[in-house]
Design a protein around this ligand. Structure first.
Ligand SMILES: [Zn+2]
Ligand SMILES: [Zn+2]
Ligand SMILES: [Zn+2]
Length: 138
C-alpha cells in the first residue's frame, strides 16, 4: 500500500482497509473521471480482488465526506484535489483531453449561502463545474 493512500485515509479518520486503499490507489493515478466499473476494472488488473458493489459503496462513502466528487457532467467519480479545504469546489473540465482540475473559492459560498437561506435551504456541500478548454489544450 502506498504512503499517499494511508495519509489520505488517516486525514479523513477512516480505518485503513485493503478495499478502501485499492479504490483510492486506482483514483490517485488519474486526472480524468472514472465510472465505478472502470475503477473496478483497474483494481482487478492490479491483482486486487474486490466486488463491484464494494467499489460503489466505498465511492459513495468517499463522496459523502468530500474525498471524492461525482463529476457533474458525466456522473463518474474523481478524487477531490483540494481535500479538506472548505469553500466552493469548482471542477474545471476540459472538453478536449478530459482532464478535470479543481479550484476553490471561499467568498463565492457566502453569497450562495445567502441565496439558499432566503429559500429556506441548508446547503451541505458546494460544488460546481465549468466546461471548457484547459491551458495545455488551448
Ligand atoms: Zn474538491
Ligand atoms: Zn485539455
Ligand atoms: Zn459555494
Amino acid at each position: 500500500m502506498k504512503q499517499a493512500t494511508r495519509t489520505l485515509l488517516r486525514q479523513y479518520n477512516l480505518r485503513i482497509t485493503q478495499s478502501r486503499s485499492l479504490v483510492l490507489q486506482a483514483m490517485l493515478s488519474t486526472k480524468t473521471p472514472l465510472t465505478h466499473k472502470e475503477i473496478h476494472r483497474k483494481i482487478l488488473k492490479t491483482d486486487g480482488s474486490i466486488s463491484l458493489v464494494t467499489v460503489y459503496r466505498i465511492l459513495e462513502a468517499y463522496e459523502n465526506i468530500g474525498l471524492v466528487h461525482r463529476h457533474l457532467s458525466t456522473g463518474s467519480f474523481i478524487l477531490c484535489s483540494l481535500q479538506g479545504e472548505k469553500g466552493h469546489h469548482v471542477m474545471l473540465s476540459c472538453q478536449d483531453c478530459g482532464t478535470v482540475a479543481e479550484c476553490i473559492d471561499k467568498d463565492f459560498c457566502k453569497h450562495e449561502d445567502r441565496i439558499a437561506k432566503s429559500a429556506g435551504f441548508s446547503p451541505k456541500a458546494h460544488l460546481s463545474e465549468l466546461i471548457g478548454i484547459c491551458s495545455s489544450c488551448s
